[in-house]
Design a protein around this ligand. Structure first.
Ligand SMILES: Nc1nc2c(ncn2[C@@H]2O[C@H](COP(=O)(O)OP(=O)(O)OP(=O)(O)O)[C@@H](O)[C@H]2O)c(=O)[nH]1
Ligand SMILES: [Mg+2]
Length: 450
């Protein structure tokens, strides 16, 4: 999924992100590389041009070139631009309350994934506590009803169908009645697809739309068709009117162009993406997360914002150097524990570090341990904090008494600290991003030496 685009963009950004100062030429080069990556990803040319111009204009402003951390600022600009092209914020379905039946009309060309997506959406709504009903209004393809019934059974959602029916509007009306009688609150209408957009299909969909007065008109488009998915969305919107788009087969779409062009070209939000054949393979589309995924650097931007609230950049840089040289002391560790406490949830920070998303849960983070580490180090003298190697048995028992812990606990802390330093040296070389390094520190403190 978007692997190539991600690889190219993160390569381009990495060059700039690591620099202490950047020049206009650096920006031009990076933007050029991003432009090529977008074109290769089959993003609409107009969209690419706008993206490039806007990025260059903003990046060459005072804000970036004169910033303390120009590389990060540049990454943030690219990230924010991508987010806005992807649609800014997540767009929820606009459905009515449970007392009135909401209607979702699913539209799209043949084989785009309408029937599958109808079931996926039904499953999601069911999980959200709604009571969906699937209506089989594709009366053209013989196997369509059967396919929907099988899917409905699989996910435990009722399916309304009429064997031999000829008029999809009549079936829709009966499905509405069925929903009313059975206290179901969301009707998802699967419709007929054609190979191409043609008049009879549009006429039928218009009739259905007039009868159904749907709350959502979702176009189901195959992302693998790239720009033509965007053209199709445009036409459907002009002829029928859409409230949003579902891009399917995102799992097999290695380029991602459709997702990036859609909002800009059609003005319609991408609401969900299909990421596989199973009913569960369905994701709400989050522009911001998608932008981060494309940058391939974890959520660098918000990590930096968060971390900067409490840690000054210079301090972070010093920390990194210390980590690298292995002269990270217990005093440094103490100040890290304290700033971590200020940052709030450690987990939310770790989640944003590249490569760590999903690997840490709140349970893994031993807050109690952080607390007694703080107590133990607080009971040490300045000399001891600067050089933990001088802490022999006599000092250990004094520290234990002072902190209300045991000699064994003091010993454990020292052992852990020792391991931490070794790990840090390795990791600080891997990551020259001070904010990431700082967050990693938290992880090491908690996970090493268990
Ligand atoms: N990998 C993958 N396959 C998908 C996805 N969505 C749908 N498919 C597959 O695409 C094929 C067509 O899906 P359908 O849901 O039958 O498409 P349709 O639009 O209802 O097709 P018609 O009813 O013939 O117009 C099926 O084999 C699905 O399993 C997806 O997100 N990822
Ligand atoms: Mg179908």
């Amino acid at each position: 999924m978007l692997d190539k685009l991600t690889a190219k963009i993160s390569d381009a950004l990495r060059v700039v992100a690591g620099k202490a100062t950047i020049t206009e030429k650096n920006i031009d080069d990076a933007v050029d590389a991003i432009k090529m990556a977008l074109l290769e990803a089959d993003v609409n040319l107009r969209v690419v041009r706008r993206f490039v111009n806007a990025t260059i204009e903003e990046a060459k402003g005072e804000k970036v070139l004169r910033a303390v951390d120009p590389g990060q600022q540049f990454v943030k600009i690219v990230h924010d631009k991508l987010t806005s092209y992807l649609g800014d914020t997540k767009q929820d379905l606009q459905l009515k309350g449970p007392d009135t039946i909401s209607v979702i009309l699913m539209l799209g060309l043949q084989g785009s994934g309408k029937t599958t997506s109808s079931a996926k959406l039904a499953l999601r709504l069911k999980k959200d506590g709604r009571k969906p009903l699937l209506a089989a209004c594709d009366l053209v393809r013989p196997a369509a009803m059967e396919q929907l019934t099988v899917l409905g059974n699989q996910i435990g959602v009722p399916v309304y169908k009429e064997e031999g029916a000829k008029d999809s509007v009549a079936v829709f009306k009966d499905a509405m009645n069925h929903a009313r009688k059975n206290m179901l609150d969301t009707l998802i209408v699967d419709t007929t697809g054609r190979l191409q957009i043609d008049e009879p299909m549009m006429a039928e969909l218009s009739r259905l739309k007039d009868a159904a007065k749907p709350d959502e008109l979702l176009l189901v488009a195959d992302s693998m068709t790239g720009q033509s998915a965007v053209d199709i969305a445009k036409t459907f919107d002009e002829k029928i009117g859409l409230t949003g788009v579902i891009l399917t087969k995102f799992d097999s779409d290695t380029r991602g162009g459709a997702a990036l062009s859609l909002k800009t070209i059609t003005g319609k939000p991408l609401k969900f993406v299909g990421v596989g054949e199973r009913p569960e393979d369905f994701e709400v589309f989050h522009p911001e997360r998608m932008a981060s995924r494309i940058l391939g650097m974890g959520d660098v931007v918000s990590l930096v914002e968060k971390a900067q609230e409490v840690i000054d950049r210079k301090e972070a840089e010093e920390l990194r150097k210390k980590m690298e040289k292995e002269n990270f002391t217990l005093e440094d560790y103490l100040s890290q524990i304290r700033s971590m406490k200020k940052m709030g949830s450690l987990q939310s920070i770790l989640e944003m570090v590249p490569g760590m998303a999903g690997q840490v849960s709140e349970d893994d983070i031993n807050k109690a341990e952080l607390k007694y580490h703080e107590a133990i180090i607080s009971s040490m003298t300045r000399k001891e904090r600067a050089n933990h190697l001088i802490i022999g048995p006599a000092r250990r028992s004094r520290i234990a008494r002072g902190s209300g812990t045991s000699v064994a606990e003091v010993g454990r802390l020292l052992k852990k600290f020792e391991k931490m330093r070794t790990m840090m040296k390795k990791m600080s070389k891997m990551s020259r991003n001070p904010a990431a390094a700082q967050a990693m520190l938290g992880r090491m403190g908690q996970f090493q030496g268990r």
